[in-house]
Design a protein. Structure first.
Length: 523
C-alpha cells in the first residue's frame, strides 16, 4: 500500500483530532506510558495500557489512582470525573487487545530493535486506519518505521515527563511519514491540552538536541575551575533566569539519563564535537552518584547534608562617584540602579560603535564578549578589568557573575563588588573563563537553534515554543537573539572559537548570514 492510499484508507484528516470515543493504545506502563495513558483518558478516550509486565501495569494503575485522588483533593478535578477517567484505563494482557485502537502510542524501552519488533507485530493486529506513534526521545523515526510494511503511518509523538503536567509534545516526521499523520497527531495533542511543535527526525529532535549546550558548557566551565557548582547554578538561575541551574537539573534528571542522551546525540551526529560528553559526568555515573534518586550526584542529598551556598564577594570601600563611558546598552539598568542607590554617575561620551564601560575607582567594569578578562585587559592596556556576565533582566537580577583579569588588584575588585552591592547586586566571583557561564551558554543555545532552522529540522517559531514549554526556559533562543542582537552573539561565538581553537564553537551559517547585517531570525 502506498503512503497516499494508506492515508485514504485510514481517512486521516489533518484538521480533525482523533474523536474522544475512539480507543487509544499505550505500550509501556512506565512513568511515561502511565502519564500518556492518563492524558488520553482525561481527554475522554478509552485507553488500553499494555506492558509485558503485569506488575508494571498494576503499579501504573496504582499511581494513576494516587494522581487522580490528589487532583480531587486539590479541587482541580471532580470526584465523578476522576472515577470516569480511572474506568477508561484498562489493562491489556497482550497486543491483540489493541486491535480496536485508532491510535497506538509506544513508550517502551529505548531500544531500536525492540521498538521495530513491537510495531511490526502491531501492524498485523490493528487495521489500516490506526495511526502509530512512538514516544522515543532520541531514536530515529525513520529507522523505527523501516520495520513496517507501511512506514507512512508512523510518526514521533514525544511527550515530556511528567506527561500530565508538561505542556509540550514534539510531533516528529520520519522520511516516509505522511503529512496527514503528523497533522492529525498534532491536532489530537492540542485537543488534549498540549502545545505542539513539528520536527524532522534528527538526533535529539528539538529539545534534547538544543538543550545539550545548557549542560555541556557548565561542565566545561567547571572543569576549567571557573566556579564551584553552587555558584554556577546560582548565576544561571539568578542572572540567566533559568528555573534551575545545570548541575541541580542534572541531579534531578539523573546523570545516567542525561549522559545517555548526550552520548546518543554525539554518536548519531557522527561524533560532532559540539555534543562531546563530559568525562567528569561519566566518572559520576561510574561512581553511582546519579543524583537525587541515589542520594548523591553533584550535590549531597543524604540526611544531614548541608547544601552548599554560592560564593558572594561583599567587597569593601564602595565608590561614591563613578564614570560611565559611552553606553552599557542592554546593561544600562545597572547604571539606573546605582543612581537610585545614591551613587553619583558622571557620563562621558564614548567612541561611536564601541562598547561602553563603568570606571569604578581604578577598575573598569564591562560586559563580557566571549574573550577572557585577562586577554581584554592586555589588549586594552587596562590591568584592573572586571567583566560581568549576561543577564535576562539587569533591572531585576539579584546577582551578577564577575570575572577579573589576572592583573586586577584585590582592592580594585573589591571596590567594584562593594559598589554594585549598594544597588542590590550579590556579586559572585568566577575565575577568568571565556564567556563566563550565562553568556557562553546562551550563545551556544542560540547557535544550536540557528543550525536547527538552517538545516530544516524545525521552524523559528518551533524553537522557542519547544524550549519554553519543554524545558521551561525563561526565553527561547530566538527571543534571546532578538533581545540581545545576533551581531553580539556572532562576536561572542567568534571569540570563543578563537580562544579555544575548537570546532565546537563554530558559528552557524544562519547567524553568519544574518548576524553581521543586523537582521534577526524573523526577518
Amino acid at each position: 500500500m502506498s503512503p497516499a492510499s494508506a492515508m485514504n484508507a485510514g481517512k486521516a484528516d489533518e484538521n480533525v483530532a482523533l474523536p474522544a470515543a475512539r480507543a487509544v493504545g499505550v505500550i509501556g506502563a512506565g512513568a511515561m506510558g502511565a502519564g500518556i495513558a492518563q492524558v488520553a483518558a482525561r481527554a475522554g478516550h478509552p485507553v488500553h495500557l499494555y506492558d509485558v509486565s503485569r506488575e508494571a501495569i498494576d503499579r501504573a494503575l496504582t499511581g494513576l489512582d494516587r494522581d487522580l485522588q490528589f487532583l480531587v483533593g486539590k479541587g482541580k478535578l471532580p470526584a465523578a470525573d476522576a472515577k470516569a477517567v480511572r474506568e477508561r484505563v484498562r489493562p491489556a494482557t497482550g497486543l491483540a487487545a489493541l486491535s480496536d485502537c485508532a491510535l497506538v502510542i509506544e513508550a517502551a524501552v529505548e531500544d531500536l530493535a525492540i521498538k521495530q519488533a513491537l510495531f511490526a507485530e502491531l501492524e498485523g493486529i490493528v487495521d489500516a486506519a490506526c495511526v502509530l506513534a512512538t514516544n522515543t526521545s532520541s531514536l530515529s523515526i525513520t529507522a523505527i518505521g523501516a520495520a513496517l510494511k507501511n512506514p507512512a503511518r508512523l510518526a514521533g509523538m514525544h511527550f515530556f515527563n511528567p506527561a500530565p503536567r508538561m505542556k509540550l509534545v514534539e510531533i516528529v516526521s520520519g522520511v516516509e511519514t505522511h503529512a496527514a499523520v503528523t497533522a492529525q497527531l498534532a491536532a489530537t495533542a492540542r485537543a488534549w491540552g498540549k502545545t505542539t511543535v513539528h520536527a524532522r527526525s534528527t538526533p535529539g529532535f528539538i529539545v534534547n538536541r538544543l538543550a545539550r549546550p545548557f549542560y555541556g558548557e557548565a561542565w566545561r566551565v567547571l572543569l576549567e575551575a571557573g566556579g564551584d557548582p553552587a555558584s554556577l547554578d546560582a548565576v544561571m538561575r539568578d542572572c540567566g533566569g533559568f528555573p534551575m541551574g545545570p548541575f541541580e537539573l542534572m541531579d534531578l534528571i539523573g546523570h545516567d539519563v542525561n549522559l545517555a542522551v548526550t552520548q546518543s546525540v554525539f554518536e548519531a551526529t557522527f561524533f560532532d564535537r559540539r555534543y562531546t560528553p563530559s568525562l567528569a559526568q561519566q566518572e559520576l555515573v561510574r561512581a553511582g552518584r546519579l543524583g537525587r534518586k541515589r542520594g548523591r550526584g553533584i550535590y549531597d542529598y543524604r540526611d544531614g547534608a548541608t547544601p552548599p551556598s554560592p560564593r558572594v564577594e561583599p567587597g569593601a570601600e564602595p565608590a561614591r562617584r563613578i564614570v560611565l563611558v559611552g553606553s552599557l546598552g542592554m546593561a544600562t539598568p545597572i547604571v539606573t540602579r546605582l543612581e537610585s542607590a545614591g551613587v553619583d554617575v558622571v557620563r562621558v561620551q564614548g567612541q561611536a560603535g564601541a562598547p561602553g564601560w563603568l570606571e569604578i575607582g581604578s577598575a573598569r567594569l564591562m560586559l563580557s564578549d566571549g574573550r577572557p578578562a585577562t586577554q581584554r585587559a592586555t589588549q586594552d592596556e587596562h590591568r584592573h578589568l572586571v567583566l560581568f556576565d549576561l543577564a535576562l533582566d539587569y533591572a531585576s537580577t539579584p546577582r551578577l557573575g564577575l570575572a577579573r583579569a589576572d592583573l586586577c588588584g584585590d582592592a580594585a575588585f573589591r571596590s567594584v563588588c562593594a559598589t554594585l552591592a549598594r544597588a542590590g547586586f550579590a556579586c559572585t566571583p568566577l575565575d577568568d573563563v571565556a564567556g563566563l557561564i550565562v553568556l557562553r551558554t546562551v550563545a551556544m543555545l542560540v547557535n544550536e537553534a540557528a543550525d536547527a532552522v538552517a538545516t530544516g529540522i524545525c521552524s523559528v517559531d518551533a524553537v522557542d515554543e519547544a524550549m519554553r514549554h519543554g524545558v521551561n526556559y525563561p526565553r527561547g533562543p530566538m527571543a534571546w537573539a532578538e533581545a540581545v542582537g545576533l551581531d553580539f552573539f556572532a562576536r561572542t561565538l567568534a571569540n570563543l572559537r578563537a580562544h579555544y581553537g575548537e570546532e565546537r564553537y563554530r558559528t552557524s551559517v544562519l547567524i553568519q548570514r544574518r548576524g553581521w547585517t543586523g537582521r534577526g531570525f524573523n526577518e
